[in-house]
Design a protein around this ligand. Structure first.
Ligand code: SF4
Length: 679
């Protein structure tokens, strides 16, 4: 028996110290596997069913290993749980004092240099408003005393701040070692703490982004490590895609040149900003006018080699404008001096020389991103997207020469992203590791890991599928209505709403209804509104899930309608949730250029892109959604999936087999009876 397994055993110290501790064989098995992987090296894939207590099963071996280990999660909620709850509990019981640190992404920390300029109104975001003035005063008080620079610690500010990114330590704001604030920089302090720590809790974005360090940037924060444990590993590919992508907006040049103009006005008095700034703005607009644009919210693929000639010319000209701006900033920066006095306690004074350096970083970043966005690469896909809702204000914006509306509401986003991040991840991350544990409650399809291995570009040296300790057969039912209208048909949403009404009457509310699209959610909501006998709640666009979930819990008998952000991470143990309804199979959106390119790649490789790419992806997403229902050993409930393709299509069996083994319910009458019998 291994050391970690001893500790998790029925007579171990955890059982003695933790009230309600349940011995779980699966937890012991996982701990032993992780311990072995850390000792021997290699890559372990482990699917750990809900309820086995996987965080203890990897934290314990990590604490005992004596190695420096990075633990990466997809969500902040899990990071918080590991750092604030699980680790202190284990350290106390074990009597260990392993130095652990939670490291957030760079966008979470305050850049002292940028803050000084912002405070003096030198950035284009400093538009006065009462709320912003109040927030700025709070930040100013906090900035003088904070030791961490972590924005989560600013008293009185909880929600998002629209200007925060522009004063954060993100790479595009950072001039690295030449920064006059470098020694006092919150990143420098953080890096020192990282070096002293043995266990680092990070998120997937930081894990990947930290490896993509710019030449002139700050450098890596996480330093060197050889062991990584990735929890919520089913989301690593998406995080890697995001970190390896570049997105530019039609407003990027306007923002940069406004900042350049302000800098010149303030720090280079008597001289006009370089002519390249004005030219860049016009050429940028011409470039974005030449890109394809679909309906709001829709993505439209483009081939960078097949753009109109005007756009090609504008792009080349914008590159030379950026080079000219870079040289002009370099020259003017040579003649500027840093202020003499500075202290760690007071706000640092704005430093004109550093201001020029910082603008150069932004110019160089934009130049690199522009280059990357339009470089034709076989393994990358390019697309544009207009914001989903442009609103009445945007529709009133004046039309430009090419018939495009101008102004912030008419933004267009252009993105380039890797089709297969797994082609880049080995060199970027996996090849330099001695051991890597990839775990999640949803990692395997058909009991195997070939899908995730292909996605991430890494093969397992060891694999384990550890089932949940829950008695799914007894605790839950699964109902796929026979003869439901086709999910793409015109009457589908109405049929879902009518059936939901019947089911929530039997379940006395306490229902979560998950949708694959906003359109279906809205239709079902309209049909239920006024007819549903229980409080009817719906997710709001652009809002997080927490407020609605809190209301759902408070009401005790509500029916909550949500889209994709509710499919994962929602944890509603107990009787609050007894009915889970899913409108249809969460297939990748067929019009999404990235998904299309990925399926085409799978088609080329395997001869059947749909079966080898879309079906496993759908099975994993459905498994996540269904996983919201049973969260503890005493939960009971019914899951309903309104998609007849599960019964009529050949891939349906494969998807069903990937779900937890709930008791199969055959007809609506049995489903109603099942719900009525629940406590
Ligand atoms: S080193 Fe970079 S992040 Fe830190 S204060 Fe300077 S510019 Fe800001």
């Amino acid at each position: 028996m291994t050391a970690a397994a001893d500790l998790l055993g029925p007579d171990g110290p955890l059982a003695a110290a933790l009230p309600g501790f349940e011995f779980r064989e699966g937890q012991v098995e996982m701990a032993a596997r992780v311990e072995e992987a850390l000792r021997r090296g290699g890559t372990l894939f482990v699917e750990a069913g809900t309820g086995i207590g996987k965080s203890f099963a990897y934290l314990l071996p990590a604490l005992l290993s004596g190695e420096r280990i990075v633990v990466s999660t997809a969500t902040k909620a899990l990071q918080d749980q590991l750092f604030e709850k699980d680790l202190p509990t284990l350290q106390e019981i074990l009597g260990t004092r392993v130095r652990a640190l939670r490291v957030k992404g760079r966008e979470n920390y305050l850049c002292r240099l940028e803050w000084a300029r912002f405070g003096e109104g030198q950035t284009p975001w400093a538009v006065p408003s009462a709320t912003r003035d109040r927030d700025l005063r709070r930040i100013a008080r906090w900035a003088r005393t904070t030791r961490t620079g972590d924005r989560d610690e600013i008293p009185g500010i909880e929600g998002p701040l629209d200007f925060w990114r522009s004063i954060s330590t993100v790479a595009e704001n950072c001039i690295g070692k030449v920064c006059p604030e470098y020694d006092e920089c919150h990143l420098t302090r953080l890096r020192r703490q990282v070096q002293r720590s043995r266990l680092l809790i990070v998120n997937h974005h930081l894990l990947v982004a930290d490896r993509l360090v710019r030449q002139n940037g700050y450098g890596r924060i996480l330093g060197d490590y050889e062991h990584v444990i990735v929890d919520e590993a089913h989301r690593l590919e998406a995080a890697a895609t995001h970190s390896l992508s570049v997105t530019l907006t039609s407003g990027a040049a306007r923002r940069l040149t406004t900042e350049v103009s302000r800098f010149w006005k303030q720090d280079v008095p008597g001289k006009r900003p370089p002519a390249a700034a004005g030219r860049l703005r016009r050429r940028w607009e011409r470039l974005f006018d030449g890109l394809p644009r679909g309906a709001p919210g829709e993505a439209t693929a483009f081939d960078p080699l097949a753009l109109p000639e005007t756009a090609m010319e504008a792009r080349a000209a914008a590159q030379s404008d950026l080079e000219a701006l870079d040289s002009a900033l370099g020259e003017v920066g040579e003649g500027l001096r840093a202020p003499a006095a500075r202290s760690a306690e007071a706000d640092p004074p704005a430093d004109p020389k550093a201001g020029a350096d910082r603008l150069r970083v932004k110019v160089q970043d934009l130049r690199d991103d522009l280059e990357m966005l339009f470089a034709p690469r076989e393994d990358f896909v390019h697309w544009t997207r207009a914001p989903a809702r442009q609103g009445a204000a945007a529709r009133r914006l004046p039309l430009g020469a090419a018939g495009r509306r101008r102004g912030p509401g008419a933004a267009l986003f252009a993105t380039v992203a890797p089709i297969h991040p797994g082609g880049l991840l080995p060199e970027l991350l996996f090849d330099s590791l001695q051991s890597c544990v990839l775990t999640s409650a949803t990692l395997a399809v058909d009991g195997g890991f070939s899908h995730v291995a292909e996605e991430l570009g890494v093969s397992a040296t060891e694999e384990a599928t550890i089932p949940s300790p829950f008695r799914y057969e007894e605790q839950a039912g699964l109902f796929v209505p026979r003869g439901a209208p086709a999910p793409t048909g015109p009457r589908f949403a109405e049929a879902v709403a009518d059936q939901v009404l019947e089911l929530v009457t039997a379940s006395r509310g306490r229902a979560l209804v998950l949708f694959t699209s906003w359109a279906n959610l809205e239709r079902v909501f309209r049909r239920l509104d006024g007819r549903c006998p229980y409080p009817l709640l719906r997710q709001e666009r652009g809002a997080g899930s927490q407020r609605r979930l809190a209301e759902f819990r408070r009401r005790g008998n509500a029916v909550l309608l949500g889209v994709r952000s509710f499919w994962e991470g929602v944890d509603l143990p107990g009787e609050d949730l007894t009915l889970l309804v899913i409108d249809k199979l969460p297939f990748p959106v067929p019009t999404d250029p990235l998904q299309r390119a990925r399926q085409a790649r799978a088609q080329e490789r395997t001869g059947n892109g749909f079966v080898r790419y879309s079906v496993p992806l759908t099975a994993l997403a459905l498994k996540q959604g269904v996983g919201r229902l049973i969260r503890s050993s005493s939960d009971r409930g019914l899951a309903v999936v309104f998609d007849s393709r599960l019964k009529t299509r050949s891939y349906g069996r494969r998807i069903l087999d990937s779900l937890p083994p709930f008791r199969r319910i055959e007809d609506a009458a049995e489903a109603v009876r099942f719900l009525e019998e629940l406590p």
